[in-house]
Design a protein around this ligand. Structure first.
Ligand code: S3P
Length: 171
């Protein structure tokens, strides 16, 4: 069974939606940031501070290779930059959680923003969001309305997997 791969901007709810899908049963959630943090014994923020963004992206690329060779039937919540800096097409079915920037600002607490090195400045984060939106759409097989209620988004994603639709309009 193919993996469900969730992509989208920081704070778009990839981990939360992934957990909701996992609760429906049959699949476990893997969060790429958490895997990297566990393996390096440091937070993403500290990894950026010690090896820079380039070092972090290098680890992400290695993780993609490992996941594609070893993981099936999982839900993979990716870090927001993973599909921007790498080809992830062979990881599974890719769902872009499309959430408006204002909603992201509301969702992320000050602490959550502080954990993310690329979200320290709101203006810069907004610029990055606008720059990346098209790239997420390009990488995704499905564009999901991530502003919809969590349970609804999770249900639609699972339904899409079951129908095995190859390419869909936004759901
Ligand atoms: C990043 C997103 C973060 C994390 C890192 C870089 C990005 O993950 O991988 O801070 O480039 O968008 P989340 O999307 O889970 O916040």
């Amino acid at each position: 069974m193919e993996n469900i791969v969730l992509i989208g901007f920081m704070g778009s709810g990839k981990t939360t939606i992934g957990r909701e899908i996992a609760l429906l049963g049959g699949r476990f959630l893997l969060d790429t940031d958490h895997i990297i943090e566990q393996n390096m014994g440091k937070s993403v923020k500290d990894i950026f501070a010690s090896v820079g963004e380039r070092g972090f992206r290098r680890v992400e690329s290695q993780l993609i290779l490992w996941l594609s060779a070893n993981v099936k039937n999982a839900i993979i919540a990716t870090g927001g930059g993973m599909p921007i800096h790498n080809d992830i097409s062979y990881l599974g079915k890719i769902f872009f959680l499309d959430v408006c920037f204002e909603h992201i600002l509301e969702r992320l607490s000050i602490d959550e923003k502080a954990k993310r090195p690329l979200f320290t400045n709101e203006g810069e984060a907004r610029r990055l969001y606008n720059e990346r939106k098209k790239l997420y759409e390009k990488q995704a097989q499905y564009v999901v309305d991530g502003d919809a209620p969590i349970a609804e988004v999770a249900r639609q994603i699972v339904e899409c997997m079951e129908k095995r639709v190859e390419k869909s309009p936004p759901i």
